[in-house]
Structure formats: C-alpha cells, structure tokens
Design a protein around this ligand. Structure first.
Ligand code: UD1
Ligand code: CA
Length: 449
C-alpha cells in the first residue's frame, strides 16, 4: 500500500517569541522540520508534502535542502490544521493508499510508531496517534468507548468532564487518502477557536458509520515544541538518546553527558570521544578514530586511525585520511589532509590540500583570503613546513620540499627545494647591555624631575 505524508509547518509559533518560524528552530543542529521529514522518509512515501505559510520562503528552502523532491504547498492564512490539510488536497487527488499527517514542530515521532499507525488501518478507517499526557492542558482529548475512538474534542471546547481525560491527541493522523480529502472538505469552523480543526474528521467519519481507532505511544515521542523552554528540553532529550545510541553502537564516550551530537552525526565502532566534544552538522568519524577533549567538528570526515585535538576545530570541508594527526589549537577549513599528515600545533589550514606524510610545523598559516577572494594552497607529499610559515595563497609547495621556520612564502617552491624567506640575522655584540643601561638612566632622570 503506497503512503503519502503531509507535514504541517505553516504556523509562526507565537509562543517562541522569535522572528524565526518555529519549525526552523534547531534540535541537534537541524531544524525541527528536518526531524519530522526524517521520520516521514523512513516510510518511503510516494509523496511528501510540506504545508508552509509563515516565513514560507525560509521554510520551503529548509524543506528542499533536506529533500529536493519534497512538494511545497502554501497556506496563506492559517485557519487551522484542517484548513492546512485542505491546501494539500489538490496534489493528492487520485492518489492510492493512505495519507499520514505529521506536524513540523513534533520532532520525535519514531518510524516504528508510524508503522504501527499504518497497521491499525486494517481495523479502522481513521487512526489517531494518542498518548497519556502528564499535563493534558492545551491538548485535544480522545473520547473513546473501548477500542473505538468516537470524537476528538479540543481543550478550548471541552467540558470539565472531558478535560479530566488524559488520553490526548498527538496530532498524527492516518486515513485512506480519498477518505481524508473527502472528510476535510466537510469541516466547519463552529468551535471556540473559529478554526477548521483537522481533529473533527474523526466525528465526521463516525457519522458515516466508519470506524476510528487510537494507537498509543510514549508521551516523549509526541513532544511538540511551542516555547523556548520546550525547545531546550527537546534538545536535552535528543542528546540523551544520541548518547545512548552511540554507546550501544560500540563508541566509547568517556563523559557522555558532555558530548553533543547533531541529527546526522555518524560515528564508527570503537571510536573514542573524550569529554566536551561538540558535533555540528555533517560529521562522520570512522571506526577507531580518537577525538580528544574540547574539539568542535562540523561538516568534516575523520578516517580510521586519525587523532584530533585536544582543542581542535574542524570546519566544513575538512577531510582527514587515515592516520592523520591534528593536534591542539589547529583549525582546518576546506582542507584535505592525505594519509599520515601531522599538524601538531597552533595552525590554520584553509582551502588547502596536503599530500601524504607531510609535517606541518607549529604556527603555520595558509593566508587564503586576500580580502576579496579565497585562494588555494597546495602542499606536496612528505614536505616539511617549518614553524611559523605563512603560506600566501595561491601558492604551491612541491613534494619533499622544506620551508625554513618563520618564512613568508609568496612564490611556488619546487619539489625537494628548501625555501628561506625571512631576513638574515645580525648580532651586535654588547648592544643589549648598553641599551638597557641607557633606558634605566632616562627613567631615573625623569623620576627626579
Ligand atoms: C493540535 C491539535 C490537538 C493536539 C495538538 C498536539 C487540532 C485542531 N488540534 O493543537 O488536538 O492535541 O495539536 O500538539 O488539530 N498549522 C498549520 N496551519 C494552521 C494551523 C496549524 O500549518 O492553520 C501547523 C502548525 O504550524 C503546527 C501544527 O499545525 O506545526 C499544529 O498546530 P497548532 O496550532 O500548534 O495546534 P494545537 O493548537 O497545538
Ligand atoms: Ca501545538
């Protein structure tokens, strides 16, 4: 049975108190919307439709960045969840199978839960994902008789008896596509909010003699983000889950609570991650690599046997081949380091390629930016770059060449050559002592005057 997914993401999220649309606030360095899209993707949907409204340009862009195939639908006025689904209807006319509705601000729904929802469609025309709420305030309540779901009543519209119910609506709904489209056309706005409630399709289905059911999941999965406080709690929950996954997958985390992951972080078995390491988006660390304490990694790849840090920063485009060593206070950006390269200390390599087994001395800097344009530095295999070498790009150092410590390299260095680009040293015998004496005399004279 094919399945389509509609993700609702048109609201501003007033309670976030933000200029940024709610679904673009990050958890695990990825917008909330990407979490929902990831859960949807696991169902291998026929079509994925995102409904955008507030901040439509930004939200569509973020959606396309995750999946270029995604279809975008505009809801110019936010007139309720049912109204939002209606906007997607034209795209789904004639589509076979089921449709699942998800919210862009609900990041933790698990693919397994969505599969259970689909299975329950064997028994019911409409299936709702419910949970037992600790604090049911604000949620829609599920009115049930035994296994049957009769109706959903929104908190605003609920009687005191209905408000006592703790079985709540997560917002996730699954129905046969043609039925869903039909039911949303029948929605009205005679309710406390004056909105088209998607939740009313349950009552409408029952009025037609169709059956509706509930699949229950853990409250943690249905956590919706409405405030910054909830965003912070969601981040904490996400990190806890990622740490547990990493440990279960055979990664050593010396102090798990101090390591922060992104949604797409991949770490191989037997890698070691020391305390206080932060992973931004787009990082893969291969099996057996070691990331020492206090490193920040983003958009980079660390191969087997490499060691990084302590106190290293790997920025987008940093590619470390096997057995590369990157030491303390080293920053790499768009830099490819071939096998066995050593960059021990206090170095910046940007827009560079370093050939295998090169040794980069302390304090080396690729001067890659001239104020307008970035330029490339090519450092050959088995070169020895002396400490405090400034490599003024574009420049290339041939294989097996050396640069003298303190050199400012502005011209290409041929293979096997030694480049010296610094002033020749001059020693003046006795001058230091004479100079000090004169300075002291001047100071003493001032003190008396
Ligand atoms: C909704 C449910 C409620 C459920 C709760 C779970 C309805 C009527 N109520 O309430 O039963 O317990 O979620 O969190 O469905 N959106 C649009 N366009 C709109 C309105 C909303 O795209 O016109 C999107 C929002 O961006 C958000 C999602 O739909 O991602 C939910 O909307 P929200 O206003 O938060 O619904 P709740 O009032 O929380
Ligand atoms: Ca909400």
């Amino acid at each position: 049975m094919p399945v389509s997914v509609i993700i609702l993401a048109a609201g501003q999220g007033t309670r976030m108190n933000s200029d940024l649309p709610k679904v673009l606030h990050p958890v695990g360095a990825a917008p909330l919307l990407h979490h929902a899209m990831r859960a949807a993707q696991a169902l291998d949907p026929e079509r994925m439709i995102v409904v955008v409204g507030q901040g439509a340009d930004l939200v569509s862009k973020a959606a396309k960045a995750f999946d270029p195939e995604v279809e975008i639908v505009f809801q110019t006025e936010q007139r309720g969840t049912g109204h939002a689904v209606r906007q997607a209807a034209p795209l789904l006319v004639g589509a076979a199978g089921d449709t699942i509705v998800l919210y862009g601000d609900t990041p933790f729904v698990r693919p397994e839960t969505l599969s259970r929802l689909r299975q329950a469609r064997d028994r019911h025309a409409v299936v709702v994902l419910g949970f037992i709420a600790q604090d049911p305030d604000h949620y829609g309540r599920l009115l049930t008789t035994g296994d049957d779901l009769n109706r959903i009543v929104e908190h605003k519209d609920a009687s005191p008896e209905e408000r006592a119910i703790t079985l709540c609506n997560s917002g996730v709904i699954c129905a046969e596509t043609s039925l869903l489209l039909d039911l949303v056309q029948g929605l009205g706005t005679a309710n406390a909010a004056g909105e088209y409630y998607l939740t009313d399709i349950v009552g409408l289905a029952r009025d037609r003699g169709l059956s509706a059911g509930v699949v229950i999941c853990d409250e943690a999965e249905t956590l919706g983000i409405n405030t910054r406080a909830q965003l912070a709690r969601a981040e904490a929950a996400f990190q806890t889950a990622m740490r547990a996954d990493a440990l279960a997958n055979g990664v050593t985390l010396t102090a798990p609570d101090t390591v922060f992951f992104a949604l797409d972080t991949h770490i191989g078995r037997d890698a070691v991650i020391a305390p206080n390491v932060v992973f931004g988006p787009g990082v893969t660390v291969e099996s057996g690599a070691v990331i020492h304490a206090f490193c920040h990694l983003e958009g980079c790849h660390v191969s087997r046997g490499a060691s990084v840090g302590p106190f290293a920063r790997l920025r987008p485009g940093a590619e470390l081949a096997e057995d590369v060593h990157v030491g303390n206070f080293v920053e790499l950006k768009n830099a490819v380091l071939d096998e066995g390269v050593k960059v021990g200390h206090l170095t910046y390599l940007g827009d560079a390629h370093v050939g295998e087994h090169a040794n980069i001395g302390a304090g080396t800097v690729t001067c890659n930016f001239d104020g307008v344009t970035k330029h490339h530095t090519e450092i050959g295999a088995r070169t020895f770059i002396g400490s405090d070498t400034m490599l003024v790009a574009p420049v290339s150092i041939g294989a097996g060449a050396m640069t003298a410590a303190g050199s400012v390299i502005t011209a290409d260095v041929p293979a096997q050559a030694l480049a010296l680009a610094r002033a020749r040293q001059v020693n003046k015998p006795g001058l230091a002592a004479r100079l000090m004496e004169r300075l002291r005399t001047i100071k003493a004279a001032k003190g008396q005057g």
